[in-house]
Every structure is written in C-alpha cells, then in structure tokens.
Design a protein around this ligand. Structure first.
Ligand code: SKM
Length: 513
C-alpha cells in the first residue's frame, strides 16, 4: 500500500437494520470506514438508533445528518438536527460531519462534551461549480478557523481542469483535508486524491446508488483503479475523449500496469478542450495519454513533437511525455492494428515488413468517416496500395482526406448506392452504432452485399449492428476489438518501456466486452 487515504462507504437506507447490513457489506468490500447518512432514516429516534449504529458498525463511523440546505434529505428543525449530532459525539462516533455554515454554533453546543477520539469534519459543498484557487484557499482557511480536525471541501466540476485546484489544496494543506470534485468531469479527483494526500475518498457500495454525483464504486476504486497502490510518485495516464464512459482502456492498462509492477494509473478523461487540459495538467507526473473520438485531430496541436507517421495522418492516438526533457510526443498507432487485422482476415500475410504484396493492394477500400480514425485507416489503406474512397457526412471533409490519399470522396448519403464493383472492403470509423445507440448503423443492410469484408472501429458493443448485418450478408467481418487490442499492445510499450503482457490484455478485454 502506497498511501494513507481512506475509502469511506456512504450508507443510505430508510431503517437501521438495512444500514447494519450495508455496513457489513462495506467491510466485506474493503472500505475503511462508513459514512452513516442518518438524514435518509425514516422514523429516526436519535439516541436509540445512533447507539445501535455506532456500537454495531464493524468499521469506524462518520455520522452525517445532511440538511436540504446543504444538499441532503433532512428538512426538519435545525436545533433537533444538531442535538442528534451532539448525541453522536457523546456516543463516541469516530467522525462527525458538520456544515461550515453552522460549525461555530455546533462547537458551542458540544463544548466540554467531546471525547478526545471523536474528530470533527467541517464541510462545505458547492453544487454549482469549483471556485478559483484563491477562493478555495480562503474557504479552507475559514473552515480551519472553526477548529475543525478535518477540512472537507466538495465542489462541482464544469470542466476536467477543475480538479487541479482541489489537488493544489490537498497538496498544500497543513491539516487533514478531504477534497472532492463532484460530477462526471470530476472523476479524477476521487481517485488521484490518494496521490495528493487526501484524507479520504468515497466509494459507493453499488453502482448507480451514490451519495453524490460522479462517485465511483468501492469495487472500481479497489479493482479497476488499484486505489491502494496509488502514491505520490504514481505516474498518471488516461484516455482523452468525449464521451469516455464506454472506454475499456482503463481496464486494460490498469490491469497490465499492476501485473507488470509499474507504478502508474490510467483514467478515463472526459475532456472538452485538449488545449485547456494540457495547460492545466503540465506536471512531470502526468505522462501518458490515449486519444479517442473526437480529439485525435486536436491532439497534434498539443504536442511538442509529432511522429512523422502521425503528422502524415494528421491525428494522434497516443502521447507520451519524455522523461528527459518533459516534452510531449504524439504518435499514431491506430492504423497498424486495424490494417493488420484486415489483412489477416483477407488471408494474406501482413506483408509490411516482409515486402510481400498486401492482400489490400488494388482493392477498393471504402472508409466511412474522415475524423481521426478515418484518417488513420485511409492512410493505412493507401500505404498498402488500396484504392481509397472516403464517405463522410460533410463532403468537404471527405474531399480533403481523399485528396491526401489520392482517393475519391462521396457523402454518406451516397454510400447506399455506391457500388462501382463487387468485393469491396468497408471500414466504419464513425461512432454510429456505438453504445448506447446500438440500433444505429452507417449503411443499409442491402448495400452490404457488395462488400467482401467489413471492419468496424467500434468495440462497444463488440458486435455492432453493422457487423451483424455484414455477416448475414456473407461478408467477412473484422471486429473493432482486434484494432483496439493491437494498438493497446503498442501503447503499453510506449507508456512503460516494457513488453506488453499480451495474453493478460486479451483476457481482460474479453472479460469486459
Ligand atoms: O485508438 C484507441 C484509443 O487509444 C483508445 C480507445 C478507447 O479507449 O476507447 C479507442 C481508440 O480510439
């Protein structure tokens, strides 16, 4: 274990018995303490219920009685609320959460009655945004001035860069501090708080049942993100995209990092602006990135150097920070994986190094989409001697890419009636058909009988509607998982300098798709 950051499981239920069951589950799942959200209890009788909850909990307890004015469930009398919290203090709960707005009042109430071991967390929640670094600093100072044992600041992420200001607080704070940025864009704060010395993070017992937006599950913290292994020297990696929840990259790399004993973490990074991301996260510990839709083409602008192939393609899929000088280098490792898998399915040797003629040579290769992945596939097709056709919703973009690969451009609307010859090869590189819109497909089924092979870059789901219909039409199919896995091997080696544990990566993807 590399850090002292605890994992706290929030327990929310309508009655005490259910809460006790959840507490046992929290312990089984590996939590360090539980937050008892007594504002969720119906017919709460403070002394009786608190005594049972505090005494029978198999883990240390944090008692929280969150009022509606701070985002909780309790909308009754404030004097009663504080009286219940005072009882929790007297009954020897390990931690009590009290909101900053009433902290001074509460400290007066418990004067002389607080056992030494009971620690007070003074909390502030902002459900709108994350203030400036200066405002957060002032807020923390105000919380400390109440006499808090532990400072808690929870804000809301409007952008992924918001977590950086909370990390700054954690890294510089002189007292134990909980810093959480809520919402999907704040996910990294819930995991990297272990790197920056946060006092605790929250982990839900079940997915979808969270006490605050963006909370991870205990299971994900421990198994997917290797939370206990994160430390001050842990190198940060991630996949930059939007959306990003579907990505299996975190599963693959975190599993592979752990098996290789590599001190790294890999996160899903929901990024709106790559430029803002890199302006903010410029520390030497933020070292490796995968790029996915729609940011592959914006990637090169954020690099200090771009590999010649990525430059020719006009998009990157991978970026690493050189340890020697901190420069960010961009690569494109997408096309190799996809083209290799297509060649293999066509039954030829993938002759790139042997000099043999590729089975793609002189074939008509239709690429749907002219974004980052489309560019990589079109480039790969041309390299192998195929005649490339780019089909894209915006014709201008199709034309621009087609001209780079000496190919032809058509619009997506023309694709259904496009059949200059039989035995063509089709590659979808758009997100049409990706989870959750799995009913969608970029081409009608009846047009598919002109193709001898169909590839889909999408791997969630593994069998897209396009691939199913292609197979029904008698075409060979190449799954997106093939491309995904091939490029992951290369990226792992770039990130770690070690050979990729290929079998493990394969197994991990199979388990998660
Ligand atoms: O090129 C890959 C990228 O490296 C990662 C990824 C993902 O995590 O879903 C998909 C592809 O774009």
């Amino acid at each position: 274990r590399r850090n002292s950051t605890m994992i706290c499981a929030p327990v929310m239920a309508e009655n005490v018995d259910q809460m006790l069951l959840m507490m046992r589950k929290a312990k089984e799942l590996g939590a360090d303490l539980v937050e008892v959200r007594i504002d969720y209890l119906k017919n709460f009788s403070p002394h009786h219920d608190l005594q049972i909850l505090i005494k029978q909990c198999p883990l240390p307890t944090l008692i929280t009685y969150r009022p509606t004015w701070e985002g909780g469930q309790f909308d009754g009398d404030e004097t009663r609320r504080q009286a219940a919290l005072r009882q929790a203090v007297e009954l020897g709960a390990d931690y009590i959460d009290i909101e900053l707005k009433v902290a001074d009042e509460f400290y007066k109430l418990i004067q002389g009655k607080k056992p030494e071991k009971v620690k007070i967390i003074v909390s502030s929640h902002n459900y709108e945004n994350t203030p400036s670094a200066e405002e957060i600093g002032n807020l923390a100072a105000r919380i400390q001035a109440t006499g808090a044992d532990i400072v808690k600041i929870a804000t809301t992420a409007q952008d992924i860069t918001d977590s950086a200001r909370i990390f700054q607080l954690l890294a510089h704070s002189q007292v134990p501090t909980i810093g959480i940025v809520m919402g999907e864009r704040g996910l990294m704060s819930r995991i990297l708080c272990a790197k920056f010395g946060g006092f605790l993070t929250f982990g839900a017992l079940e997915s979808g049942i969270v006490s605050a937006p963006g909370q991870s599950t205990l299971k994900d913290l421990l198994e997917l993100y290797n939370f206990r292994q994160i430390g001050p020297d842990t190198k940060v990696h991630g996949v930059i995209g939007n959306p990003i929840g579907h990505s299996k990259s975190p599963h693959l790399y975190n599993t592979a990092f752990r098996s290789a004993g590599f001190n790294g973490i890999y996160l899903p990074l929901l990024v709106d602006s790559v430029a803002n991301f890199f302006n903010t996260y410029s520390s030497p510990d933020f070292v490796g990135y995968s790029y996915t839709i729609p940011h592959k083409e914006a990637g090169p602008k954020c690099c200090d150097e771009v590999d010649p192939i990525a430059k020719a393609i006009g998009a990157i899929s991978c970026m690493v920070r050189k340890p020697s000088d901190g420069k960010l280098i961009g690569y494109n490792v997408d096309y190799l994986g996809a083209i290799g898998a297509i060649e293999e399915a066509l039954g030829g040797s993938n002759g790139s190094s042997s000099g043999a003629v590729s089975p793609l040579a002189s074939k008509l290769f239709v690429v749907i989409g002219a974004g980052g992945a489309g560019k990589a596939l079109a480039y790969g097709g041309k390299e192998k001697g195929a005649r490339v056709v780019v089909a894209n919703r915006t014709y201008e973009k199709a034309k621009e890419l087609a001209s780079k690969v000496d190919g032809e451009a058509i619009t997506l609307a023309e694709l259904d009636d496009f059949h200059p010859e039989d035995g063509m090869i089709l590659a979808n590189t758009t997100s049409v058909g990706m989870k959750p819109k799995t009913d969608a497909t970029p081409i009608s089924k009846k047009a598919l009988n002109r193709y001898s092979l169909v590839f889909d870059a999408i791997y969630t789901p593994k069998w897209t509607r396009l691939l199913q219909e292609a197979q029904d039409s008698g075409a060979k199919v190449v799954l997106g998982t093939e491309m995904f896995i091939n490029q992951a091997f290369v990226q792992f080696e770039r990130f770690t300098g070690m050979p990729a544990p290929k079998e493990l990566i394969r197994e991990t993807l199979a388990k998660n798709t």
